[in-house]
Write a protein that binds this ligand. Sequence first.
Ligand SMILES: Cc1cc2nc3c(=O)[nH]c(=O)nc-3n(C[C@H](O)[C@H](O)[C@H](O)COP(=O)(O)OP(=O)(O)OC[C@H]3O[C@@H](n4cnc5c(N)ncnc54)[C@H](O)[C@@H]3O)c2cc1C
Ligand code: SF4
Length: 548
Amino acid sequence: MNFDFDFIVIGSGFGGSVTAHRLTEKGYRVAVMEMGRRWTPENLPTTSWNIWRWIWRPEIGLRGFFNMEPFRHVVILHGCAVGGGSITYANTLLVPRDSIWQNGSWAGLAPWHTEMPQHYATAMRMLGVVENRILGPADRILKKAAEAAGVGETFYRTHVAVYEPAEGEEGGRTDPDPYFGGEGPERATCIACGGCMMGCRYHAKNTLDQNYLYLAEKHGARVFAETRVVDVLTLNGKPDGSEGYEVRTEKSTAWLRREPQRFTCRAVVFAASALGTMDLLFRLKQKGSLPAIGDHLGHRVRTNAESLIGVRIPRSRESMSQGIAIGSGIYLDQDTHIEAVRYPEGSDAMGLLATILTGGRPGRTRILLWIKTLLGSLLRHPIRTARCLHPFGWACESLILLCMQALDGHIDMRLGRPWFWPFRKTLMSVGQRVPTFIPQANEFACKVAQLTGGTPMSMVTEILFNVPGTAHILGGCPMAGSPAHGVVDYRNRLFGYRNMYVCDGSVLAANLGVNPSLTICALTERAMSYIPPAAEADWSQYPEERGN
Ligand SMILES: Cc1cc2nc3c(=O)[nH]c(=O)nc-3n(C[C@H](O)[C@H](O)[C@H](O)COP(=O)(O)OP(=O)(O)OC[C@H]3O[C@@H](n4cnc5c(N)ncnc54)[C@H](O)[C@@H]3O)c2cc1C
Ligand code: SF4
């Protein structure tokens, strides 16, 4: 049979781009289906008030690259674009502590400690990771506050995928490709505008469309933008996919003319992110397209135990926007990690979600305490409180603190009909509540406020709905030794099918305690390293069962 492609990759984020590059390099014919749009410095929004180009909600005409999806347990922030989350992410690429490989369902499946370092090294080289040389006012405050809290020695500069100028040198210089011996695109040195999460308009951020995906396209991969995968079926009545697959798509940004298309291929790689892959696999399993997908789908979804808090410093003499999106971090204790985060000047829309920090136990009493704190603050310092609550100037005046904990804890996801909109099935979270605040992090925010004369802040969703926000949703397709315990095997192969892989955040089996994209890349590098070159193609790849 003549297949349209050897591999079809669903999603062009970290897992998808690594996959596309490594497979084209091995000589395979690859297509990448991506429901988001393609972005260039020319069409990126200048501030977050331009929500049409920032937020992704195509059903109401918003065609940006950033999405916020509310669930009962958590509000999930994620990217949606050619280049996946890399267009909106904060460039921070950290290697997690070794102990993560001893926890979760992947423990003991492979000699992770000896195998992973080489794949982390490759991913870091490809993404152009350096130790951050640009420290802004927010990083300097974080350092001072860490010293005041007695953990000054844990302060570190982040490792970031940014083309930075030499220490003390001005940014903005354009250079020929500095990373791939001339095969890659031109880059320009970073000007420290703090705009990384709004998309870099200065050619300095090493997004995936500047490295992995760029090289994949150069070597023949076809990227179909604004193309959502809606179905995947096995061919020729072979239920295990041994004779290939048909992938059905439609235009993701269309309201009426959805332009349905069908493509055939030998192998499929799901790389649509933890949320996107879970959603798609649930639908394929329920409608009978891929009924053998394991029953552990949607299990052990992790939020990286996060809390977003901050300090607003009205009339701050220095702009907190200066620097790169995440320039530095500290460890409050061995499990609690805090990073200094920023948005660029003028991108104040997120300020609409900020409110005065409130302690207390989650639930109704905390809401009452919040109202009391808010009223008390308004009575004692009316002007100052009003200045903290209105969004204008929020980015320049706010030191945002992203707190993550490497503690275990998870929720589950399933496809169901919510009571308030029973007309369509959607992903729903179930299980125990995720903690909405981390007391050590709140104490630290108060310390920063004391040092700077600012006001500690948190997210209104945490207080009102007892729901934390996270940009690091992981798991849902647990990696395990057999279908009795997980959804993919130790080489990312989907149990129940031949030549079918999952390569994205959904296979991560532990809370990393650090930002996850580097680990997603490194695990995908590892999965791809087991696939032979096209000339020796082995189309009988079937997941291995290894007990547990
Ligand atoms: C504001 C923000 C800041 C962040 N900062 C950092 C950071 O500094 N460091 C870090 O490590 N991580 C960061 N993250 C998290 C990081 O972006 C994600 O962990 C990472 O992108 C996940 O990679 P992935 O390969 O799983 O999927 P993604 O990168 O999310 O890519 C999946 C792609 O699949 C597409 N897709 C989904 N469903 C379909 C479908 N049915 N058909 C076709 N395409 C589909 C999506 O549009 C998306 O583009 C940040 C996230 C946000 C939102
Ligand atoms: S700080 Fe500005 S120039 Fe530097 S990488 Fe981020 S967006 Fe680009």
